[in-house]
Design a protein around this ligand. Structure first.
Ligand SMILES: N=CN[C@@H](CCC(=O)O)C(=O)O
Ligand SMILES: [Zn+2]
Length: 411
């Protein structure tokens, strides 16, 4: 199947093979071709160029993209879209003055979602999660990572991971799976963290590995959740099963989680709302991608990741939604890109790089996704007619997406 786009106003994020992530000042550049064409063949980007050099090509279908921008689809490297029900009541509690931490301390938060999920059948959980996946795909997400972590028992964690696996089998976009058993202490282990960590390490990890249910391992390294010591213990144990760390750190406090992540060669460290200069130093020279989640900051009213400090230190940065029922009930990458510009002072070029090529790196996909490069997957966004790519983050709250393609097929 050959699909041809002609008269593209601007073909965005055009990169040579071998560009796998961008750091510091490199993120200011967003290479493009104006008045371009692009051919997809068998799901891949086969060729592209300027209209003035257009060779005669016979395609099965031709799209006139006049006035429109064609770009790689968004990559959402951090989500929790497999969950049951919602936590609307906590939203109201926060409006009435309670903080996220206060709600967690009085028994709400993650264990609340866990109770709901434990009582939900695998089929029902799949149906609820599938709706969210379809919703975000329509908004331009063309590759996604999904975490467990709302099960908090062996059976319920495995149920979540099986749902993620089924989504991967039933949908064409890449779906990466992360085991986040160490998301919070279940109510039964409230005073027995050691016991819960033992359960994760001795029972959950071997089963996750046996069924090959996850590629990554995660932990919420934060005051009131898991310590740096717990993080070191879990990540060392997970290494034996070849699970690569991608961890929640520095959301509310800087307690040394970034150093631990870098030492364990984490692929990414995510959240980073609270960063001190030593945390930034730790990331220098590492292969670990910092990931910011600005819609979480918006929803909880907490600080935004200090993107300028991170980029000005020469580091890379990726953006993701964190779509989950507690801190970010929203999976709109377009909004994330806008917030990064508005609240984190990233330029449109930096934000788009962070949500495409760097986001691909954060889930091990930057060889195959995240840029307009010959041979990469034809996972694309075709915008409506818009004046320029900067109009995307500028017109926050609107998506301006005409159509989304996964492996060259319109969804
Ligand atoms: N911070 C930890 N985990 C999720 C929130 C979980 C929840 O509140 O349900 C996050 O990334 O924000
Ligand atoms: Zn998260």
């Amino acid at each position: 199947m050959k699909l041809l786009f002609k008269n593209i106003k601007e073909l965005l994020q055009v990169r040579d093979n071998g560009v796998t992530k961008l750091s510091g000042a490199e993120m200011k550049e967003l290479p493009s071709l104006k008045n371009a064409w692009l051919l997809t063949e068998n799901g891949k980007i086969a060729d592209f160029g300027k209209m003035e050099d257009f060779p005669q090509i016979n395609a099965d279908e031709t799209i006139n993209a006049s006035g429109k921008i064609l770009m790689p689809g968004w990559i959402d490297s951090h989500t929790h879209i497999v969950y049951a029900g919602n936590r609307e009541q906590e939203f109201v509690d926060r409006i009435n003055g309670l903080t996220y931490e206060e709600i967690a301390n009085k028994g709400g938060g993650i264990p609340n979602s866990a109770e709901k999920l434990q009582q939900t059948s695998e089929e029902d959980l799949y149906n609820q999660s599938e709706k969210r996946l379809q919703e975000v795909m329509k908004m331009g997400t063309t590759a996604i990572e999904i975490k467990s972590g709302y099960g908090l028992t062996t059976q319920a964690e495995l149920k979540m991971l099986r749902v993620i696996k089924k989504l991967r089998e039933n949908y064409d976009l890449p779906v990466k799976s992360t085991f986040l058993g160490a998301h919070a202490l279940p109510k039964e282990y409230k005073d027995n963290k050691e016991g819960y960590l033992n359960l994760i390490i001795d029972e959950m990890l071997p089963k996750v590995a046996e069924e090959n249910l996850a590629e990554y391992v995660d932990i919420f390294c934060e005051k009131g959740y898991f310590t740096v010591e717990d993080t070191n213990r879990l990540l060392s144990a997970a290494k034996k099963y070849n699970l690569i760390p991608k961890i929640h750190v520095n959301q509310f406090n800087s307690i040394g989680g970034i150093k631990a992540g870098v030492e364990h060669e984490a692929l990414s460290v995510d959240h980073l709302e609270v960063m001190n200069p030593e945390d930034i130093e730790q990331l220098k020279g590492s292969g670990t991608m910092p990931v910011a989640l600005p819609s979480c900051s918006l929803f909880l009213g907490i600080p935004y990741t200090p993107a300028r400090d991170i980029l000005d230190a020469g580091l890379p940065l990726a953006l993701a939604t964190d779509y989950n029922p507690g801190s970010t009930p929203n999976g709109n990458m377009n909004l994330v890109v806008s917030l990064a510009c508005i609240k984190m002072k990233m330029t449109p070029e930096e934000a788009i790089n962070a949500a495409t090529i760097n986001a691909a790196y954060a889930i091990g996909l930057s060889e195959t996704h995240g840029s307009i490069t010959k041979g990469k997957a034809a996972n694309l966004i075709l915008t409506e007619e818009i004046p320029s790519f900067g109009f995307l983050p500028y017109s926050f709250g609107a998506n301006h997406i005409d159509s989304v393609f996964i492996n060259g097929k319109k969804i």
